[in-house]
Design a protein around this ligand. Structure first.
Ligand code: NAP
Length: 244
């Protein structure tokens, strides 16, 4: 039996893990960073928690006798992506990056920026009430904007203090409907949206921002490590079946 490690943490990764179990002579192990208390876990072998950097990952790949790796982490999980690319190169284990295609700006106008700090610089010239829809890990870049008010959305109550002078926090796990998002924009009087270009199905918040003519700042995806990138579950299953 060949052994596949999937690095997960997204809805697509869960779907992929379920589908890979239909490939004959293959056992799937699904890995999560362990950031949330009630994650979506596919019905397969499962592990959680960091590996301990590149060396820890190399040890894990060897001890667990992994034959193939699919990096299906979120496109913004660039540390894990880089570690797994290096660990697989060093061990000679075949790896692909599985990720949904980025959103294209032709769907709607937005201000494209390469980094969180560039997004913060853009906001300084814009409206006062900002839906900072980027999770909770990169908020430090916005902390100098003490005159602005921010709406933050998290899956669980954050353990660490939010480093923003004026903010409200709401809890929720996507995907969200357009009605839900429109109510949110209206209730909180949102004037600016900041989003990461997570890709896949166009998020409702973007459709609503367009409908309400709310300016949107889009933080574009970091460059993935060198190597093959596949965008659909079907082509990823084909890649697995083609492995010698
Ligand atoms: P990151 O910065 O690239 O990773 C930081 C560290 O977390 C990694 O070096 C690794 O620790 C550990 N890690 C990350 N993903 C892991 C996995 N699937 N299995 C085991 N360990 C993992 O990642 P992040 O941005 O913190 O994201 C963490 C997880 O949340 C990812 O699995 C990602 O798919 C998911 N997620 C991220 C975002 C986002 O916007 N970044 C959005 C939605 C979901 P060690 O070095 O100790 O191995």
């Amino acid at each position: 039996m060949r052994r596949l490690l999937i690095l997960g943490g997204t809805g697509e990764a869960t779907k992929l893990a379920i589908e890979t179990q239909k490939v004959t002579n293959l056992r799937t192990i699904y890995s999560l960073a362990g950031r949330t208390n009630a994650p979506n876990i596919p019905l397969c072998e499962f592990r959680t928690g960091g590996f301990g950097g590149i060396n820890g990952l190399i040890r894990y790949l060897q001890d667990a006798k992994i034959d193939f790796v699919i990096d299906a982490t979120h496109p913004f999980a660039d540390q894990m992506a880089s570690n797994v690319a290096k660990a697989c190169t060093s061990t000679g284990i075949p790896r692909i990056k599985f990720c949904r295609p980025a959103w294209e700006p032709n769907h709607m106008p937005w201000i494209s920026v390469p980094t969180y700090s560039e997004a913060a610089n853009q906001i300084s010239l814009m409206g006062q009430r900002v839906f900072l829809s980027i999770g909770i890990n990169k908020l430090n870049a916005f902390s100098f904007l003490s005159q602005k008010w921010f709406l933050i959305r998290a899956i669980e109550i954050p353990i660490r203090k939010i480093p923003l002078a004026n903010h409200d926090i709401i809890l929720g796990r996507g995907p969200f409907t357009a009605i839900h998002e429109q109510n949110l924009f209206t209730k909180f009087g949102i004037e600016v949206l900041v989003s990461k270009n997570s890709g896949g199905v166009l998020a409702s918040k973007l459709k609503v921002a367009e409908r309400l003519q709310i300016p949107t700042i889009m933080i574009e995806q970091p460059l993935p490590p060198k190597g093959r990138i596949l965008h659909s579950i079907e082509e990823t299953l084909d890649w697995l079946r083609d492995q010698p």
